[in-house]
Design a protein around this ligand. Structure first.
Ligand SMILES: [Zn+2]
Length: 209
């Protein structure tokens, strides 16, 4: 069973949208919906012959959901949001404030929280609730393939910001302590920037109180 993961960055913060495909079945998932990426994602999936079944949103920050409505329309598939985030998803400008453009409210078709799973062909991603950067933040972990789609929790050389409304450093520390227990070979696909591994981040992760 082979997973293929492609990053399609978009928006002013180069927010990564991931197209995650099971190559045997041709089924795919889209993770997050950065600004002006919907058409690129649709075209990329079509070109590769992949059938997208679902969009999953990791957290409610505007740079991850700006194209959520457009992505749903382009792909014609349901969208799953992080459990508990109905209010911020319905008011996308509420974080960061002062956006000079409108982001359409996002009304997910379903919700994902701790203990839920997302099946993609022969793979099953476990949903982890990892608050700290944002209260409802989720990540997807596939233990067999050793893949973690970490959103804005874990990046190369550091963690997501905890100085934003709704952020919580103590919760972030708890989330990071869970992630440092994953196998060192686990590849991490973050919400911004290049992939890393749990092993490559082990040094600073070991210092998290
Ligand atoms: Zn964020």
């Amino acid at each position: 069973m082979t997973l293929r993961i492609e990053a399609i960055p978009g928006g002013p913060f180069e927010t990564n949208v991931y197209l995650v495909a099971d190559l045997e079945s041709g089924e795919a998932l889209v993770i997050d919906a950065a600004q002006d990426t919907a058409e690129t994602v649709r075209a990329a999936a079509a070109e590769r012959g992949w059938t997208v079944g679902r969009i999953v949103i990791t957290h409610s920050h505007w740079d991850h959901i700006a194209d959520a409505v457009a992505m749903k329309a382009a792909l014609g598939v349901p969208l799953a949001g992080p459990k508990g985030a109905a209010e911020p998803l319905a008011n996308p400008g509420s974080f960061f404030g002062g956006l000079d453009f409108e982001i359409p409210p996002v009304a997910p078709d379903s919700w994902l929280g701790e203990g839920d799973g997302v099946v993609l062909g022969g793979h099953r991603f476990a949903v982890l609730h990892l608050p700290g950067h944002e209260p409802y933040h989720i990540a997807l972990h596939e233990p067999e393939a050793e893949v973690l789609l970490s959103g804005d929790v874990l990046f190369p050389n550091g963690h997501g910001r905890t100085d934003l409304p709704g952020s919580d450093q103590a919760a972030m520390n708890r989330s990071l302590r869970r992630l440092r227990d994953l196998p060192a070979g686990t590849t991490v696909y973050p919400g911004h920037g290049a992939p890393t591994t749990i092993g490559a981040e082990a040094g600073w992760l070991a210092e998290v109180p």
